[in-house]
Design a protein around this ligand. Structure first.
Ligand code: BMA
Length: 371
């Protein structure tokens, strides 16, 4: 059992509905791959009243620091690391050594492996440049971007090289014993909005589908077998809208949604309504298709409402069926761009109550679950 990560001890009772305990399942089958162990952990938590808490770039930097070993704004606030850490691969397509937010890919690798060693989970998004224009993910100036990626051999080759670089990165995630570290990959996110070049107004459903299949084909050809794939549109109004560009059951393991809280107190009702509607849709689709539901991104930038974690987020999580929730980053170099409180006036007390509540799971809760 030495080589089995901590979540090996949990199996997929939620998805399979099997009667024996999850611990028995995994012990009976020591050959369960790290990816299936991760799926089992996620399914297990999704089927419970609890939710794992996640934070983007948690141990890479915080509001007032960058790169300090072992540091985390979440750890400093509540004495524990988040259960889920989110990272971004943007910049890997340029061959850069640091990502678009200045985090070295070598550091992301080390931190993701450290997070897995403490029993936690890692999820990766990708904000790639615009392959046709050389602009960033938010460059929507060329509505033929995906068409160029498909049909222009030079643009296509550069995209394929980027996918290969991602495959190399995922294949490099191994623990101290040489076992795969399984992670979540969440490409082409928030496509129901119009701000990214892969968003709904900027490419056709067929082109969006091709983005998924091409990514999947390159990963499969490179034998990447430590990845669960997450589909995460921005807020949606209906299941039809959610499914409009769904790449297919064979392509997706996790269904999620990204819904942010804008406009402070004035925006609270809209946030509650939009998030609960999107999360209900996620739940119904996860149930119908045997997928894992997740709240893949949320947050209130700058925490202008100090009670946000208990007053706004917690009620949503109590009603939703999700395995995890991720809040975005505490940027040291972008004033006001933070989502986890560091100072009391931004709601440290509420965040500590959120942590102490039996609803939420942080890193130690995953470890304790297996004792
Ligand atoms: C956005 C912002 C940007 C950042 C990007 C990728 O939401 O945080 O500053 O570059 O995510 O992390």
């Amino acid at each position: 059992m030495k080589n089995i990560p901590v979540y090996a001890l949990i199996a997929a009772t939620a998805l399979t509905g099997q009667a024996c305990s999850s611990r028995q399942n995994a012990q009976a089958d020591a050959s369960v791959s790290p990816r299936e162990q991760l799926r089992s952990l996620l399914a297990d938590v999704a089927g419970s009243p609890q939710v794992m808490f996640g934070h983007h770039d948690d141990t890479a930097y915080g509001l007032t620091w960058r790169g300090d070993p072992g540091r985390s704004d979440v750890l400093e606030a509540v004495g524990d690391y988040p259960a889920v850490m989110s990272w971004d691969l943007g910049g890997i397509e340029l061959g850069d050594s640091v990502n678009l937010d200045g985090v070295p890919f070598s550091r992301i690798r080390t931190e993701a492996i450290a997070q897995a060693a403490r029993g936690g989970i890692n999820t990766f998004s990708w904000h790639p440049r615009n392959f046709a224009t050389g602009g960033d993910s938010w460059d929507t100036s060329d509505s033929l971007t995906v068409s160029h990626m498909m049909n222009d051999s030079t643009v296509n080759a550069s995209y394929m090289r980027s996918l290969s670089a991602i495959a190399v990165f995922f294949n490099s995630l191994t623990d101290a014993d040489g076992n795969d570290v399984a992670v979540i990959f969440r490409p082409w996110h928030e496509h129901t909005g119009g701000w990214f070049w892969w968003g709904t107004p900027n490419c056709t459903p067929e082109q969006y589908h091709w983005l998924w299949t091409s990514a999947r084909e390159v990963m499969d050809a490179a034998n990447v077998d430590n990845v669960l794939w997450a589909y995460s549109p921005d807020r949606v109004k209906s299941a039809e809208q959610y499914m409009e560009r769904y790449p297919g059951d064979e392509m997706v393991d996790i269904v999620g949604t990204d819904v942010y809280h804008f406009n402070g107190a004035e925006g609270a009702d809209t946030y509650r309504q939009d998030a609960s509607r999107s999360l209900e849709i996620v739940d119904s689709i996860a149930t119908a298709r045997g997928k894992i539901p997740a709240f893949t991104e949320t947050g209130l930038e700058g925490l202008s409402l100090p009670g946000w974690y208990t007053d706004d987020l917690m009620p949503l999580l109590r009603d939703a069926r999700v395995a995890y929730v991720v809040v975005w980053r505490n940027a040291p170099d972008k004033p006001g761009h933070f989502y986890v409180p560091v100072l009391p006036e931004h709601g440290l007390d509420a965040f500590r109550s959120f942590y102490a509540d039996s609803l939420t799971m942080f890193a130690k809760d995953i470890r304790n679950k297996n004792k």
